[in-house]
Ligand binder design. Structure first.
Ligand code: ATP
Ligand code: MG
Ligand code: MG
Ligand code: MG
Length: 483
């Protein structure tokens, strides 16, 4: 069985043998691009080449890119831990051609790598092609289909709509059809019941997308029309963890040697076994996943904080701590203790983890401890609110209470909702949003009159502790109850 390390290396070796320059991953934390906080795809670092601003030489490149999908266009956070194939932080393997080979080359190479080099069974692979769009006056991507037909039987080629099979960088700019490769890893019995082609792009956890080949051939102009790009671009992205799972014959990314060492460490630490209880399993997956997101962010210089990217990281860390607290009985800081295992599995490929080890450990530990202190108090308050609500014969706690938890105890709304869901309850989100808006208005007014950042308060009053960034980028002031 190939190890994850060997698989990563084999990808690079294969594309190097096809004349690609192997480049390092760009940082996962993006600085100086107002449209993006975190790298969410391998192509991000090539934006300027694709836009024609930077020299495209060398025209063939490949890498393994650290990505984070927790905000903006791609936000997979809610899935993570509950499903077995979406992560917050993941590695995207990619190869690019800037005006060199196009559809045929990209398809041939992808197929050769998966089938001839890695020996995936072609019977388990399905490919999608863009079906065309009347409103855009675009025909089906017969070109891509004809190249796939060299390798794949007709019933493994599936038409896909604009949503899945037409990639656009934004409202304007480079775009084009794409072809995805999907893998069917169901049991033979399951396969006999329903053909895999019917399950592609249907959220079946055993029929998953592994590789996306984007054929950028158009430029969308401001008036919405499409013109031909001066340079055709191939941009591919393959989920490394999904590929490893396929090659190691597993049915979950978390069963691979990428995640198992961490999960085993969590298991040892908590005295609980993985694979016995769904809540425990979800918690272990969340922690194993989120540890990577947080550790890699800190290694890239993004510390948890109260604003923007820092707040996103803080929320991820808190989500993990809270799962550990509730389902694994972790009442003291524990995530930082998992760092050595993570470094053991990923330090070779990403030496920044080794270089920043003590900083990462220290920051995670401090964050955990600070959050656990407020968590205790907040959970007690939420328990009380749930009881009161139930006693009143209701299942929805007020938005005001949810906002107090958010504002005073640092509970992100998703955390409150998570706890409520476990009790078959929810929160009044509309009212929560009204409170948030009020807070914003207060903040704006306060900012206009206040000259200092803090004032001395009596017990029970609130003090200003800094700025926060909420999911929809609404900046608010944060206050804390003085005890
Ligand atoms: P999905 O449909 O599974 O959410 P996607 O279409 O959003 O994937 P792309 O934007 O096409 O994904 O990214 C290229 C590849 O990266 C995907 O084919 C998949 O293998 C992988 N990938 C995407 N999102 C994640 C994630 N959250 N965790 C792990 N791998 C991912
Ligand atoms: Mg997705
Ligand atoms: Mg998809
Ligand atoms: Mg895709």
């Amino acid at each position: 069985m190939l190890t994850a390390k060997e698989i990563r290396e084999s990808f690079k070796a294969f594309f190097a043998s096809k004349g690609h320059q192997i480049v390092p991953s760009a940082p996962m934390v993006v600085k100086g691009d107002p449209t993006l906080m975190f790298t969410n795809a391998g192509m991000n670092q090539w934006k300027d080449i694709i836009l024609g601003i930077r020299d495209p030489e060398p025209r063939r490149r490949a890498d393994s890119q650290k990505c984070l999908r927790v905000s903006g266009k791609h936000n997979d956070l809610e899935e993570v831990g509950h499903d077995t194939y979406h992560h917050t932080m993941f590695e995207m393997l990619g190869n690019w051609s800037f005006g060199d080979y196009f559809k045929e080359g990209a398809i041939d190479m992808a197929w050769e790598y998966l089938v001839d080099v890695l020996h995936l069974d072609p019977a388990d692979l399905y490919v999608t092609v863009f079906e065309g769009s009347k409103e855009e006056n675009l025909e089906r991507d017969d070109e891509a289909a004809s190249y796939w037909a060299k390798h794949v039987p007709a019933d493994h080629i599936i038409n896909g709509n604009k949503h899945d099979n037409f990639w656009e960088m934004g409202d304007t700019g480079p775009c084009g059809p794409c072809s995805e490769i999907h893998l069917d890893s169901r049991t033979p019995e399951e396969k006999a019941k329903v053909p895999g082609r019917e399950l592609v792009n249907k959220d079946n956890p055993q029929v998953i997308e592994i590789w996306n080949l984007v054929f950028m051939q158009f430029n969308r102009k401001a008036d919405g029309s499409l013109e031909k790009l001066s340079m055709n671009v191939i941009d591919t992205g393959m989920g490394f963890e999904r590929l490893v799972r396929a090659l190691q014959g597993k049915h979950s990314n978390y069963d691979t040697d990428i995640f198992q060492p961490t999960i085993q460490a969590i298991s040892k630490m908590s005295g609980l076994e993985y694979g016995k209880d769904e809540n425990v399993d979800v918690a272990m997956r969340v922690i194993a996943d989120h540890l990577r997101a947080v550790a890699f962010s800190i290694a890239d210089g993004q510390l948890p904080s109260n604003a923007k990217a820092g707040y996103v990281i803080r929320r991820i860390l808190r989500r993990a701590v809270r799962y550990g607290y509730t389902f694994l009985n972790r009442k003291e800081a524990f995530m930082y203790k998992l760092l050595p295992v993570l470094i053991e599995t990923m330090g070779d490929a990403y030496p920044e983890l080794i270089a920043q080890k003590s900083l990462i450990e220290k920051v995670i530990k401090e964050e955990e401890e600070a959050f656990l202190r407020t968590l205790e108090t907040g959970i007690r308050l939420l328990d009380k609110k749930m009881e009161e609500t139930k006693a009143a014969g209701k299942t929805t706690i007020s938005g005001v209470d949810a906002f107090t938890l958010y504002d005073t105890y640092g509970f992100p709304l998703d955390l409150t909702e998570l706890i409520l869901r476990e009790h078959g309850m929810d929160a009044d989100i509309d009212e929560f949003n009204v409170e948030m808006q009020k807070q914003k208005d207060r903040a704006r007014n306060a900012a206009a009159v206040e000259t200092g950042d803090w004032i001395t308060l009596k017990e029970g009053e609130t003090e200003f502790v800094g700025y926060d960034f909420f999911e929809y980028d609404a900046e608010i002031l944060r206050y804390r109850q003085v005890k």
